[in-house]
Ligand binder design. Structure first.
Ligand code: MF3
Ligand code: CO
Length: 250
């Protein structure tokens, strides 16, 4: 079942979202060649705790950190550790927090210094596909409208959408029904109503959408080793335009 959030629940979703957005803004400021992914994770965890929130990823199905850091051909769920960020890396940062029982979940991908033209195009297209998906989060639309908008935006620009990982409902739990694939057919699936809250998260690849999981049991990489990017926002469906809960000032 899809849960509808009351105004007071939405207020807590907003606060959780704001904490997540604050963490990502800080990480974006601090990321640079030489910093380790483990240091980024510590910053994320400290910042979440400082805001009296709980890092939702830590311990989720045994995941060992507060942050996912996925570099270059890594798509999602990269585990932070001793690895050092390098000039030219394309780095996805994904973080979640629980505030007063409600969840926020968001991701950005950051280009570290100079990256290839393909990498910067991939960033732009992935971010644009998230905006295209959000624009469909209107009362009366179908879930398939969101999926199709993301897929069409990406494929019209020559990239592919990852199919084995999806967006999701979110609320008291990080993953609630429904799943929101980044591909699909307009007019299919459930109808959107005010008070629904979703995490939309297009993962986009330069080459194949096929993936595999590394031996660490978590890190998802592209099967062909080509670049991938990932952006995510938690949003609320309202009577008007969708509200982006994980964006600072808006
Ligand atoms: N944004 C990701 C998701 O919705 C993050 C989950 S990572 C995990 O699935 F470690 F918590 F699993
Ligand atoms: Co998510």
């Amino acid at each position: 079942m899809i849960t509808l959030k009351s105004p007071s629940e939405l207020a807590r979703m907003r606060q959780a979202g704001r904490i997540v957005a604050t963490v990502l803004a800080l990480l974006q400021e601090k990321i640079a060649p030489g910093i380790t992914t483990g240091e980024l994770n510590e910053l994320a965890e400290e910042t979440i705790l400082k805001h009296k929130a709980i890092p939702s990823f830590k311990g989720y199905r045994g995941y060992p950190a507060a942050l996912c850091v996925s570099i270059n051909e890594e798509i999602v769920h990269g585990i932070p550790g001793p690895r050092t960020i390098k000039e030219g890396d394309l780095v996805s940062l994904d973080v979640g927090a629980i505030y007063k029982g409600f969840q926020g979940d968001a991701a950005i991908t950051v280009a570290v210094g100079e990256v290839s033209p393909t990498a910067s195009r991939l960033l732009e297209v992935t971010a644009g596909s998230l905006e295209a998906g959000i624009a469909q989060c209107l009362v009366g639309n179908h879930l398939g409208d969101i999926s199709a908008a993301i897929q069409n935006y990406v494929e019209a620009r020559g990239f592919s959408v990852i199919r084995e990982y999806t967006g999701h409902g979110i609320g008291r739990k990080m993953h609630e029904d429904p799943q929101i694939p980044n591909f699909g057919e307009p007019g299919r699936g459930g109808v959107l109503r005010p008070g629904m809250t979703f995490a939309l998260e297009p993962m986009v690849a330069v080459g194949t959408w096929r993936t595999r999981v590394l031996d660490d049991g978590w890190t998802v990489v592209t099967l062909d080793g080509q670049l991938s990017a990932h952006f995510e926002h938690t949003i609320a469906v309202t009577d008007g335009q969708p509200e982006i809960l994980t964006r600072l000032d808006g």
